[in-house]
Design a protein. Structure first.
Length: 372
């Protein structure tokens, strides 16, 4: 076994250079984990999950949380040996060397860019539905359209925010966090109030033929396992796992944590369990209000479809929009910690700067040239 597999990656960072910086304790890491995972996924995925799993939809979110917890613990375990920021890049470099580490950093950035593009498209479509509900602009597929213009404006706004640096980004992230937490809390509390006061119970409708539409499962397209409770739960879990994306970024700031080898393995399960409880409550409340409405909704944001009151539904949708904007803001940085570390390895004298934009495209070009 080579020394690289056991020795931490020694990459200088601002956190290590300044001993006066206050590092994150366990409670702060738990909050960081909750904020990293909790997002727009719970507002987007219930339609597909309810349609595939029917009454087992809440179970799919619990199973997805278990899978996310296992994967997150892998990152936390790696933090015992690699105590620098960068997560996937730092871990791959420690285990397999610099070249594969650079590859991991670049591919992580590319994958994050693709995911950001999809989510930003969702954001623009939902925004058009909220502001211009009767125009049909959100369904436009032409290259030259209002939707394309909205997408370009969204990119310009994100670029402007990134250009002004970390202070404006911190404000935007704070607003996003308040928006998504408020929307989810309001949906759960308000939904429970409606259920109790109006004696609603539409959970059984999730078993109706027009709602519950199980799909057959064929792993790798080889063996068709048919349609049963197990296969539908597997497919629903895959769809629900999207709601837990973000767990892999918890370990990105390992250097800013106190004793990450101890803090991360304790904080990650608590964070994921907290989010899992909130998600399960939200799905159960939504299905009790109207499982059929969620499954049949043509909107991108599915969860609020269960709410009959237009004002209440719009408030939840706006909260989901704020959450999606915050995720777009984070995604516009192209998950830059792995990419920045890869660039720092290739060009140690490069100026990484303090702003989150940091010209990722130019970095990727320089990294690819060094790889060759």
């Amino acid at each position: 076994m080579s020394a690289a597999t056991t020795e931490p990656v020694a990459v200088p960072s601002a956190a290590c250079a300044d001993p006066n910086i206050t590092k994150l304790g366990q409670f702060s890491v738990i909050l960081l984990g909750i904020n990293s995972i909790l997002g727009a996924g719970i507002f987007l995925t219930p339609g597909a999950v309810v349609k595939i799993a029917g009454p087992l939809a809440p179970v799919a979110y619990v199973v997805a949380a278990l899978f996310a917890g296992v994967l997150a613990m892998v990152f936390a375990t790696a933090a015992r040996y690699v105590k620098t920021n960068g997560a996937s890049y730092a871990y791959t470099t420690a285990a397999f060397g610099q070249k594969l580490g650079i590859y991991a950093g670049v591919t992580h950035a590319v994958a994050a860019s693709i995911a950001w593009g999809i989510l930003s498209s969702f954001f623009v479509s939902t925004l058009l539905v909220v502001i211009f509900p009767h125009t049909g602009w959100a369904e436009g597929t032409a290259v030259i359209s209002v939707k394309t213009l909205g997408f370009l404006i969204c990119i310009a706004v994100l670029l402007l925010i990134n250009t002004f640096g970390n202070r404006l980004i911190a404000w935007a992230n704070a607003i996003s966090t308040i928006g998504k937490v408020s929307a989810l809390t309001l949906f759960i509390v308000g939904g429970l109030w409606i259920i109790v006061t109006e004696h609603l119970n539409n959970y059984r409708s999730s078993s109706a033929q027009d709602v519950y539409q199980p799909e057959s499962y064929a792993p790798f397209g080889a063996v068709d396992l048919g349609q049963n409770a197990v296969t539908t739960l597997v497919l629903a879990t895959i769809a629900a796992l999207y709601a837990f994306t973000g767990f892999e970024s918890i370990a990105n700031a390992a250097e800013e944590m106190k004793d990450p080898e101890r803090t991360l393995p304790r904080a990650i399960p608590v964070a994921i369990a907290t989010v899992a409880v909130a998600y399960t409550l939200a799905v159960v409340v939504g299905m009790t209000l109207g499982a059929g409405e969620i499954a049949h909704s043509q909107q991108i944001v599915k969860l609020p479809a269960a709410i009959g009151d237009d004002v209440f539904r719009t408030i939840i949708t706006i909260g989901a929009l704020v959450s999606m904007f915050g995720i777009n803001l984070a995604g516009s940085a192209v998950s830059e910690e792995p990419l920045r570390r890869a660039h720092r390895r290739v060009r140690p004298d490069s100026d990484t700067g303090h702003r989150i934009s940091a010209r990722p495209a130019f970095r990727m070009m320089s990294i690819s040239r060094a790889w060759q």
